[in-house]
Design a protein around this ligand. Structure first.
Ligand SMILES: C[S@@+](CC[C@H](N)C(=O)[O-])C[C@H]1O[C@@H](n2cnc3c(N)ncnc32)[C@H](O)[C@@H]1O
Length: 236
């Protein structure tokens, strides 16, 4: 399927506050029922298998976090795996971060993912969910590479990415399913698949990061996982 870059309404906050809240609720439903949470369990298991057992305290930053519910779920999953986690959910829209009923952990932070307000190698694990597909490299503006460089700049141990895979089957499925959803999700859902990466494209993007070992996972249903681990030989 050909890549079709597009603007997504939620990203631009194109809707009333009630519409935005509804779309974020639907996104959380999709994350819960259609592979978001299960993909994270797989990604975390693959990453954890390569970790020394002794390092249990962990800081986590989720970028493009929306409501922060996924950051909370990832932190909780790490907690079940024996880690003691301090987590931040970062989004450029205060309105998104404030849209979920639950306050408290993770800490919410309003900022641009391309200019993270963190020092180099200051957060153990940097994640993003349904976010990378919003960024593509163009000759005049290598936005996706810049985002990955910024995430790896801040990450001390790993960058973990969970996103859609571009293919006709999920595209057709989400078009059908989107009829049940509100205006913003109906618009954004199919466009998200159409501008998602293929495994091969994701591999190319990650291969350009010196000092990081990369593993790509195919996850149910039509999700891709990217595990980037700092190569000990390059660690400062
Ligand atoms: C599709 S939503 C995904 C939200 C969340 N990760 C999830 O899975 O539910 C994309 C989010 O990225 C945020 N976003 C877009 N561009 C951003 C940027 N440059 N910096 C920080 N957040 C950004 C949007 O505000 C939106 O909340």
């Amino acid at each position: 399927m050909r890549l079709r870059p597009a603007h997504e309404l939620l990203d631009e906050d194109h809707g009333s506050p009630a519409e935005i809240r509804q779309s974020l609720r639907e996104l959380w439903w999709i994350n819960q029922r259609l592979g978001g949470l299960s993909s994270w369990r797989r990604l975390l298991a693959v990453w954890q298998a390569a970790q020394p057992a002794a390092t249990r305290a962990l800081t986590l930053l989720d970028v493009g976090a929306g409501t922060g519910e996924m950051a909370a779920a990832i932190a909780a999953e790490l907690g079940r795996r024996g880690f003691v986690v301090r987590a931040w959910a970062l989004d450029r829209r205060q309105s998104h971060l404030g849209a979920a009923a639950a306050g408290g952990a993770p800490d919410r932070l309003v900022a641009d993912a391309q200019r993270l307000p963190f020092a180099c190698a200051s957060v153990d694990v940097v994640t993003c969910n349904l976010f990378l597909h919003h960024f593509h490299d163009a000759p005049a503006d290598p936005a996706a590479s810049r985002l990955l460089r910024e995430m790896t700049r801040v990450a001390r141990r790993a960058v973990l990415i969970n996103d859609l895979e571009r293919a006709w089957i999920p595209y057709a499925f989400i078009r059908l399913l989107s009829r049940r959803f509100s205006r913003i999700t109906r618009h954004d859902g199919p466009r998200s698949v159409a501008q998602a990466y293929t495994a091969r494209e994701l591999g190319h993007l990650a291969a350009a990061l010196p000092g990081w070992r990369c593993q790509i996972l195919r996850l149910w249903p039509y999700r891709l996982g990217l595990v980037l681990e700092r190569d000990a030989r390059h660690a400062g």
